[in-house]
Design a protein around this ligand. Structure first.
Ligand SMILES: CC(C)(COP(=O)(O)OP(=O)(O)OC[C@H]1O[C@@H](n2cnc3c(N)ncnc32)[C@H](O)[C@@H]1OP(=O)(O)O)[C@@H](O)C(=O)NCCC(=O)NCCS
Length: 112
């Protein structure tokens, strides 16, 4: 399911009428640079392929739209998330020391 608001996009995974996973993002103006905002699976539904399915959907969506790059920010201690991104072809583009909230972040990107 897709809700479109301007150039924002949201995908959800439902199970028994409950949302158990969500990913959203936005196109930065008309630049072709898409930014993944949130991605998450409900704590009781993690490690079951939901995050991977959502991220694949985001990649497919951005590619279909003709956008050339997806970027996101994560932190080095979110091991599952970093592994998920690496396995789907994202690469670390910048290491941001003490960025938001004095925490280290990694900017990861995938070119389509
Ligand atoms: C990150 C998150 C979205 C991944 O979704 P998920 O449904 O749990 O993950 P999946 O089952 O789809 O697994 C995807 C990949 O994550 C990695 N992974 C999964 N479980 C892992 C674990 N326990 N340890 C390390 N890596 C793991 C693997 O690389 C896996 O790919 P593979 O199955 O091809 O080996 C989910 O764990 C989550 O919501 N975490 C909390 C919120 C969060 O950190 N969001 C990201 C913010 S940047």
């Amino acid at each position: 399911m897709v809700f479109k608001l301007e150039m924002n996009f949201t995908f959800v995974v439902e199970e028994n009428n409950e949302i158990v996973g969500i990913a959203n993002g936005t196109l930065v103006d008309k630049s072709g640079l898409s930014r993944l905002g949130w991605i998450g699976a409900h704590p009781t539904h993690q490690n079951k392929g939901i995050g991977k399915a959502l991220l694949k959907k985001v990649i497919e969506h951005c590619r279909t739209k003709g956008w050339h790059k997806i970027t996101l920010y994560t932190t080095p201690f979110l091991i599952t998330a970093v592994n998920l991104y690496l396995k789907q072809g994202f690469v670390p583009e910048a290491y941001l020391r003490k960025e938001w909230w004095n925490v280290d972040f990694i900017k990861m990107s995938k070119w389509l």
